[in-house]
Design a protein around this ligand. Structure first.
Ligand code: SAH
Ligand code: SF4
Ligand code: F3S
Length: 466
């Protein structure tokens, strides 16, 4: 089925189900509480904010533990096996709560259950899960939940399709000044190791006007950091007039003091134009998360990444020449099928050349249904573990000194909460997306302050307000 936009009528229909659920839970002898938890990436967190938005409209309050919840909702991630195991463990742990409170509704949704074999396992192993739904029916949550309350039997809804685009769902945002805004959904890249295209469907971009108006609305409401989301933001608007650099330009024209950041940028179509837009911007974060995955061209080809290390290094060099204070971070996979020691050594070389500010490193996890799952994988888990630790050591050494260049400089910081190095301090993020801790009072939360950096840690800076 092709991608379809969810119509206004369909959304109105869901509003009706919101009212119906409202009527059902209204008769409870207490205000019903929901516990929702999101695993995985920011996209999932953003989806959960919409699920929470719908729950709020239905009349639910929220609790931070499943123990006293009337409804537990897990939004799951399938990207690696350990992410899935954690969910299986946590859903298993709900059994005794459900036994104690049979009226509790348990729902599991998201990327994991969008895989047929996992949904089957979930259904069979956890008969007490009431609602299971996939990634393409988020907007139908009220209808599905009503069905659970009405029929008192399990509801499963996991259509296989290319995905939908639903505008205007209610959102309950976690923060008063940081907001995530998805600009596109799905992925067309089919990196051979990755399950995301299978569980999230094909790439679909929101209209630039909807995004600009949402961001403007958020800024008017006092939001100071806007995180634009997409599996590959560089493919935003492909084939249309407004691509990602143009979208950023339009957002940068908005007035106010705010920072716009984005995730994730795929190196294959990260352009000089994009880097130029960031360099000239007033509001765009000086942070580029550019996942390289491997430093071996042979492995990059097997991964279907569509760039080689020469192109990657050229991009890094260009970004640093245009934006000297840019923070560069990456993702790396160790132990892709068929990776040899000599390939891994090239990854270490690339890390030493680029000197990332930080790197997210993963041991390859076999995902059923991907191309890499069919490839020969002769390297032992033990060797992979050894390489992984080596990689951490090398990045540790690089990261140790990465932030020293900021000592003595003044950075403008958005104050976000209690200190991460010391809870008597406050914490915030600089335009480079670096954590900065400093002394100050709670009135500073959600404001920008100038901080003179006095100390650099491998993962944060400490400074004083000037
Ligand atoms: N769309 C983003 C990545 C999303 S997944 C991008 O292309 O950059 C986040 C990271 O998880 C990936 O960059 C990759 O490093 C890692 N990852 C994805 N699938 C994996 C797998 N099967 N095993 C180990 N790591 C994986
Ligand atoms: Fe996965 Fe590659 Fe798509 Fe990222 S770009 S989500 S790694 S397939
Ligand atoms: Fe995981 Fe789905 Fe995100 S698989 S990484 S939650 S898109």
């Amino acid at each position: 089925m092709p991608i379809s936009a969810v119509s206004a009528e369909e959304l109105d229909e869901q509003k009706l189900f919101i009212r119906r659920v409202c009527a059902v839970i209204h008769v409870f002898d207490h205000k019903p509480l929901a516990y929702t938890h999101s695993y995985g990436c920011q996209q999932n967190v953003s989806d959960s904010e919409k699920l929470d938005g719908m729950l709020e409209k239905m009349g639910f309050g929220f609790t931070d533990t499943p123990d006293n919840a009337d409804l537990v909702l897990y939004n799951t991630c399938a990207v690696r096996e350990n992410a899935e195991n954690r969910v299986f463990g946590n859903v298993g742990a709900l059994k005794h709560l459900k036994a104690r409170n049979p009226d509790m509704v348990i729902a599991v949704c998201g990327c994991m259950v969008q895989q047929e074999q996992v949904a089957a396992r979930m259904k069979q192993r956890f008969p007490y899960v009431d609602l299971i739904f996939g990634t393409h029916v988020l907007h139908k949550f009220p209808e599905m939940l009503y069905s659970v309350y009405e029929k008192r039997e399990r509801v499963v809804c996991i259509p296989e399709n290319d995905g939908v685009l639903a505008e205007g769902l209610p959102v309950r945002r976690e923060s008063r000044f940081k907001a995530s805004v998805p600009i596109m959904y799905g992925c067309n890249n089919f990196c051979t190791f990755c399950i995301v295209p299978k569980v999230r469907g094909r790439e679909r971009s929101r209209e630039p006007e909807s995004i600009v108006s949402e961001v403007k609305g958020l800024i008017d409401k006092g939001y100071k950091e806007i995180l634009l989301l997409g599996q590959n933001v560089n493919s935003y608007g492909k084939g249309s007039e407004v691509g990602f650099p143009e979208l950023l330009k339009r957002l940068d024209e908005l007035d106010g003091e705010f920072v716009i950041s984005f995730m994730t940028s795929h190196p294959k179509d990260c352009s000089h134009e994009l880097i130029d837009v960031i360099a000239k911007s007033r509001h765009i974060s000086h942070h580029l998360h550019l996942p390289v995955q491997s430093g071996s061209d042979r492995i990059l080809k097997l991964m279907n990444r569509h760039y080689d290390t020469a192109k990657y290094l050229e991009l890094v060099q260009y970004a640093r020449s245009r934006i000297p204070d840019i923070q560069l971070t990456t993702d790396i996979i160790v132990g892709f099928p068929g990776e040899l020691r000599e390939d891994f050594d090239k990854t270490l070389d690339l890390m030493r050349t680029v000197k990332y500010d930080s790197a997210f490193t993963f041991i390859y996890s076999r995902r059923e249904g991907t191309k890499a799952a069919e490839m020969e994988d002769p390297v032992s888990d033990e060797d992979k573990g050894k390489w992984f630790r080596e990689l951490l050591d090398v990045q540790g050494e690089i990261g140790e000194k990465a932030y020293e260049k900021y000592v003595g400089k003044t950075l403008r910081v958005l104050c976000e909460g209690r200190g991460r190095t010391d809870d008597k301090l406050l914490t915030g993020k600089s335009r480079q997306n670096i954590i900065v801790d400093f002394a100050g009072s709670d009135e500073l939360l959600g404001t920008f302050v100038d901080i003179k950096i006095t100390k650099a840690l491998p993962w944060a800076l400490v400074g004083e307000r000037i």
